[in-house]
Design a protein. Structure first.
Length: 559
């Protein structure tokens, strides 16, 4: 059984060599619902430059959530001081450990956030249904009446929708892969004092999700129905026991054929992975170099047009957790302002699905850190099952097909043919396909890219797909109406292939060879995209994080 190189058991040297003069204590914040500042005091008769204090989850000992050198204390170099930690409510208690190098000299009392608080709110549509919206959130409790209160005005939330709850365990990962259970790591990584865990693929492999398992809490889902199409609704979620979220609102899904113009957002390859300096080497530091996801989502929120967007498409590589559970906590906290105002319809990529046990051998590998799709399937309720994480839905004038490049393609071809045969182009004239890996780009192509192109391109042409949206490559490129891998069609203006993996992951590559297929490409810019749908045109626009358009293309409706 392969194991992570960094996850070799080491003994936690708690209180090694302590004297009564050495101590660390934490002041419990009041009403800790989301983020809180925790004041941590320490004493030591002779502090050294190598001394530091880390915030740990006792339920997850692998590494710290945050750290500060004692030299950051205002009273340094005296023999006592205090440090301030700003920490997210992850429903688990924290302790603070005083280190000298890699040795623990003292451990604090526990401080406990309000774990029953409703957190990580996000919306999803239910494919095939236009009269409902799914509200999802997480807490550590099933006590009380978990539900959504909703209505057509913010001050009259007269309807209620009860919530179901679910969770997942470490065994769910190994069951998905079809391998024996893997023991959860109960001791920290060696050499924590280096504050550096950039370790390549050894930071995530098939055992990672089980070895680093942290109870995700209870994942609540409530279905709001029946809704009147395209009407604005207001809602809040929670329980009488854990409290309530603030009041949010959304536009109910449009029925197929609604001719009202609307816009929606598109993104791929975002995630969390570049923590600030005080989190380097910690629970979010799983080998992602600097990324811009925070800036990309902030740019979307800052963009005044976002207030009118009606949904978000996320085309795989959603959080880059790759078996590191705290990244999911940070990710959902990051997206909540957007994900509570519009439904998030997600597709899956290699970093959600791929393991060495992948049934689709063309996409096997360690990219999901052993998550095997479980965390994504459990957290986003639009998927039917782990084995068929693809679906379609119609919204107004557009039909969207979410395919998976990480699952066997044969069943998806059958699904696509049946689905397209039922699409009435007089009702939904626009068809957009989402596929995480790009069949065509100016990047050097691997065997799976070629397989995807051979499987899908002729079908996309035959069924007159308008756009094929992809990610996976961490730059932006719009292609022509592709004829083959070397040339553009002289007779068609669609499908247009767009590779847009610029939503925050590290820039890679920084350049690609010239290509006859390329209409526009750019590197080293993070950004996001938007579709504008009308009865006569489908317009795609790409933006940089300064909210300035960098590329735009409009397709007229086919006569």
């Amino acid at each position: 059984m392969p194991h992570l190189r960094l996850l070799l058991p080491v003994l936690l040297l708690a209180y090694a060599g302590c004297t009564s003069a050495q101590s660390v204590s934490a002041a419990a914040p009041l009403n800790w619902t989301t983020w809180a500042d925790v004041e941590v005091s320490w004493t030591h008769p002779s502090p050294l430059p190598s001394d530091w204090v880390g915030a740990f989850l006792p339920a997850w000992n692998a590494t710290y959530i945050q750290w500060w050198p004692v030299t950051a204390s205002p009273s340094w170099p005296s023999n006592s001081g205090s440090l301030r930690f700003r920490l997210l409510n992850g429903r688990h208690p924290f302790v603070f450990r005083y280190f000298r190098g890699d040795d623990v000299l003292a451990e604090s009392n526990e401080v406990q956030p309000l774990g029953a608080t409703p957190l990580q709110g996000h919306l999803s549509m239910s494919p095939g249904f236009h009269d409902r919206m799914i509200v999802s959130w997480v807490s550590n409790s099933t006590t009380g009446d978990a539900l959504v209160m909703w209505g057509v005005t913010a001050d009259a939330l007269n309807e209620t929708a009860p919530a179901t709850h679910d969770t997942y365990t470490a065994d769910d990962f190994t069951n998905c892969m079809g391998i024996p259970p893997i023991k959860t790591l109960d001791s920290p990584f060696p050499h924590l004092s280096s504050h550096d865990l950039r370790c390549g693929a050894s930071c995530y492999d098939d055992p990672t999700s089980s070895q680093l398992y942290l109870d995700p809490g209870f994942l609540h889902n409530a279905v709001l129905q029946p809704l009147q199409p395209a009407r604005r609704y207001y809602y809040r979620f929670g329980s009488s026991y854990g409290g309530w979220s603030e009041v949010y609102s959304f536009i109910a899904p449009r029925v197929a054929g609604d001719t009202t113009p609307f816009t929606f957002l598109y993104t791929a390859d975002a995630g969390i992975g570049n923590p600030p300096k005080e989190e380097q080497g910690g629970a979010c530091h799983n080998d992602l170099p600097i990324n811009g996801a925070d800036g990309v989502f902030a740019a979307m929120i800052r963009d005044p047009a976002t207030a009118k967007d009606e949904m978000m498409i996320v085309n795989g590589d959603i959080s880059y957790a790759r078996g590191w559970p705290w990244i999911w906590e940070r990710y959902f906290d990051l997206i909540q302002p957007l994900a509570t105002m519009m439904p998030w319809m997600v597709g899956v990529g290699n970093h959600e699905i791929d393991t060495h046990e992948n049934k689709f051998h063309s996409a096997d590998g360690n990219d999901s850190g052993g998550e095997c799709g479980v965390a994504t399937f459990k957290r986003f309720p639009q998927f039917a099952s782990l084995s068929d994480m693809w679906y379609s839905f119609s919204y107004g004038l557009v039909h969207i097909i979410m395919l998976s490049s990480e699952h066997p393609q044969g069943p998806q071809v059958e699904f696509f043919l049946k689905d397209m045969a039922a699409v009435q182009r007089s009702v939904t004239p626009w068809v957009i396909v989402q596929l995480h890996r790009p069949p065509f780009t100016s990047c050097p192509r691997d065997a799976l890219d070629v397989e995807l192109a051979l499987t899908w391109h002729k079908l996309f042409v035959l069924w007159e797909v308008d756009f094929v949206m992809t990610g996976h490559v961490h730059f932006y490129e719009r292609l022509c109406a592709v004829q083959d891998m070397y040339s553009c069609s002289l007779f068609r203006d669609r499908p247009i292939y767009v590779a847009d993996g610029s939503a925050g992951a590290e820039f890679d590559p920084h350049a690609t060879p010239p290509s006859n297929l390329t209409m526009h490409k750019e590197f080293n810019y993070w950004g996001y995209s938007r579709f504008a749908v009308t009865a006569d045109s489908l317009t795609f626009t790409h933006y940089h994080t300064d909210n300035i358009e960098s590329d735009k293309v409009m397709l007229p409706r086919k006569k």
